[in-house]
Ligand binder design. Structure first.
Ligand code: PLP
Length: 478
């Protein structure tokens, strides 16, 4: 008997190539510090090097992997470089990468408990662990009325929260009849743009999102929120949703969740702690969660600062029934005994997509590898380094701090003004030595330096400050 024709990679070939890939990744991580952080390619440059047509005949794995070096690496901005200070980080770590590899290896699609019970149960369990690890309220535990789910991003978390808020406010009528145009939602002028996007997607309309003014630390003014809700109610609108942010994208501002929660009444309060939630691993930074027990939902991204590679965003609700009733549709082809028994969680009802990967595996690996102690150590170190950077900026008369830096994000600018600050950023990024990005605060061009990359150590932050000073000196003389 002859073997049937096959183009598949055999398990033995997979083993050999897999070892080569792991070696490649290990080499990449050990060299990444030496690469220019921001990719230098021009638009279209990478595509121009790819063949116009897909290959007719399969190529050798060596050839394919070889092209990673030649074709792909030049077009990579190195998010895993310890000199990456831009945006918010998108961290990876050894245990997370390996956990993700195993998830790919198992190839599980965990839409229902029955489609892989471990995929659901590990997720539920690890997210319950995280409630205690972050000092979150017990109402988010799956053992009560709440529970957590892993979503792709914080944007999806905000959207799900808004959808559940919409349904709760309209007694689940919007789901059937479409959105009531009188529904209104609230955030601050500093809230991430994903909330406006969610308003568009959920059918409430971006015009029905009220951006509440902020105080001098860029945190939402609760009294302004209360006033706006009052005005809207009097105008016949139906306020249904408030998003408070713990660690805004622009400046790391922390909205006063407790006071906001006191105003919300029956409005759904969502807390977006995408980046800064991770800080709560350390008891001394748990002030970030003050008042979160008043929230209906909460989200943070282990894929930002908790060493768990993208994508992994954790979303909790206090009352899972509202969320499930909002999102659940049960066609015949998904019916099964376990679901019908009512004894299991089917996470397909907790987010927008049906299908889902075994994402909790990488989170489980991270938590078990580092332990709480290890995670706390690295988070503390990042905050310490950011605070040292704050002291250096404060001590240099050419610079000013643009916002309070309470954790690991430092916003600063040159007193010489916007042009000089922008020129400084462009020079630094062009040098490849580090990468930072900007925002505007009070209308002024402001640099953001976020210390949170997995491998950023004191020597990297010291070097960043040295390079900032050098380029500032050169700006003065050019
Ligand atoms: N919320 C905040 C406060 C953010 O800083 C970000 C991204 O930086 C987001 C939401 C959106 O994150 P994601 O990419 O997970 O949707």
């Amino acid at each position: 008997m002859t073997e049937p024709k096959s183009f598949h990679m055999t398990p033995e070939e997979f083993r050999r190539h897999g070892h080569a890939v792991v070696d490649w990744i290990a080499d990449y991580h050990s060299q990444v510090e030496s690469f220019p952080v921001l990719s230098r390619v021009q638009p279209g440059e990478i595509r121009s090097k790819l063949p116009a047509q897909a290959p007719e005949r399969g190529e050798s794995f060596e050839q394919i992997l070889g092209d990673m070096e030649r074709l792909i690496l030049p077009g990579i901005t190195h998010w895993q470089s310890p000199n990456f200070y831009a945006y918010f980080p998108s961290n990876a770590s050894g245990p997370a990468i390996l956990g993700d590899l195993l998830s790919a290896g198992l190839g599980v699609q965990g839409m229902l408990w029955s489609t892989s019970p471990a995929c659901t149960e590990v997720e539920t369990h690890v997210l319950d662990w995280l409630v205690a690890m972050l000092g979150l309220p017990e109402k988010f535990l799956s053992t009560g009325n709440g529970g957590g789910v892993i979503q792709d991003t914080a944007s999806s978390g905000s959207l799900c929260a808004l959808l559940a808020a919409r349904e709760r406010a309209t007694e689940f009528a919007s789901n059937r009849k479409g959105c009531d145009g009188r529904l209104a939602a609230y955030c601050s002028t500093q809230t991430h743009s994903s909330v406006e996007k969610a308003m568009k997607i959920a059918g409430l309309g971006a015009d029905n999102l009220r951006a509440i003014e902020v105080d001098e630390s860029f945190a939402m003014r609760p009294e302004a929120l209360a006033r706006q809700i009052d005005v809207d109610v009097k105008a016949g609108l139906i306020p249904c949703f408030v998003c408070a942010t713990v660690g805004t994208t622009s400046s790391g501002a922390i909205d006063p969740v407790r006071e906001i929660g006191g105003i919300c009444g029956n409005l759904w309060l969502h807390v977006d702690a995408a980046m800064s939630g991770t800080a709560a691993l350390c008891p001394e930074f748990r002030f970030v969660h003050d008042g979160v027990e008043l929230a209906d939902s909460y989200c943070f991204n282990p894929h930002k600062w908790m060493f768990t590679n993208f994508d992994c965003s954790v979303f909790y609700v206090a009352d899972r029934k509202s969320l499930i009733q909002t999102l659940s549709v049960l066609p015949e082809y998904l019916r099964n005994q376990a679901t019908e028994s009512g004894a299991v969680i089917d996470y397909r009802d907790w987010h927008i997509p049906l299908g889902r990967r075994f994402r909790s595996l990488k989170l489980w690996f991270v938590i078990r590898h580092y332990g709480i102690e290890g995670l706390q150590h690295h988070v503390r170190e990042h905050v310490r380094l950011a605070q040292e950077f704050v002291a250096w900026v404060s001590g240099d008369a050419r610079f000013e701090l643009a916002a309070p830096a309470r954790l690991n994000l430092v916003c600063f600018r040159l007193r010489a003004g916007d042009q000089a600050t922008q020129a400084l950023m462009e020079r630094l990024n062009a040098s490849g030595d580090l990468y930072l990005t900007h925002t505007k605060l009070e209308g002024k061009f402001t640099l953001r330096l976020c210390v949170g990359q997995t491998n950023t150590q004191a020597r990297h932050v010291e070097r960043a400050w040295q390079r900032i000073q050098e380029e500032t000196g050169r700006l003065g003389s050019s």
